[in-house]
Structure formats: structure tokens, C-alpha cells
Unconditional design. Structure first.
Length: 149
């Protein structure tokens, strides 16, 4: 596995709309299927209950790193060894973390969203099969939400 994953998607929506979809905790929660406890604040940890079928037993957690309006939203989040209900532990204190970055660029037709996750070299090799970019799933079939409003 590479130490970085990147996905680019051109959205037919104004940059302000895409920014809101990413950084408003309620909209982010709908997009990523997580019931977040409150707004994103740089330097603070955001948490919430995962709502994605089969993962409802898990807590979503991320340390908000940067929020540069309409340019960059980033966070680090833990990479855990076990996602199955029987072996999952919500104690992320010792979990290696990867960096997730959402870069936005204005284009002639809307917004270019570049989603990057890096830092997989910190994740033990035998855990990496379960490590995955959070937004790639969400960008497939769900990006229409940012374009519709």
C-alpha cells in the first residue's frame, strides 16, 4: 500500500456550497454517515456515532487540524486494528493516525475537490487492509448532495 491516497472530483457546485458540505458538522455527518456531537473546531477533537450499516458499534473521532475557509479542511484520525464488533475497542489513545485533507479549488464549472489521506507508514502493515480513505466511499454516489443545493 502506498503511504498516500488521493482522489480528485469536479463538482458542479460553487466553492462556498462544497465548503459548507464539508465543514458544517451536520452536513458532514449526513455525507459520512456519522452523528457528530458538535461543530468542528480547530485544535479540538470531534466525535460521533457511526451510522453506516455494520459499523454502528463504532465511534468516529478526528482531531481538527486546519480550517482555511473555502480552501482547506483537514483532520487526523485514528487507524484501528479491528473494525468488527467482537474485537473493536473505542480506546484510540495509542492508535496511529493518518491525515485527511480536503483541498478546494474554484474551476470554470464549479469546484475541484482533492481529497488526500496520508501517513499510512505509521500504520502497521498487518492493519493496512482495513485502513481506507474516508471520503472515497462518500464521493461515490454521494457527491451529488453538494451539487444539488
Amino acid at each position: 500500500m502506498d503511504n498516500k491516497i488521493e482522489k480528485k472530483i469536479e463538482l458542479n457546485a460553487p466553492i462556498a456550497r462544497v465548503w459548507r458540505a464539508l465543514t458544517d458538522y451536520r452536513e458532514f455527518g449526513e455525507w459520512f454517515r456519522v452523528a457528530l456531537e458538535g461543530p468542528f473546531v480547530v485544535g479540538q477533537t470531534a466525535r460521533g456515532q457511526i451510522l453506516h450499516p455494520g459499523y454502528e458499534h463504532m465511534i468516529w473521532e478526528a482531531l481538527i487540524e486546519k480550517m482555511e475557509p473555502e480552501q482547506l479542511f483537514s483532520f487526523t484520525w485514528p487507524q484501528i486494528q479491528h473494525h468488527d464488533k467482537e474485537r473493536y475497542s473505542p480506546d484510540y489513545a495509542q492508535a496511529p493516525r493518518t491525515l485527511v485533507e480536503f483541498h478546494l479549488e474554484k474551476t470554470a464549472t464549479g469546484t475541484l475537490l482533492v481529497l488526500t489521506e496520508s501517513g499510512f507508514e505509521k500504520v502497521p502493515a498487518d492493519w493496512r487492509g482495513d485502513a481506507r480513505l474516508p471520503g472515497v466511499y462518500c464521493l461515490r454516489g454521494r457527491s451529488q448532495r453538494a451539487q444539488d443545493d
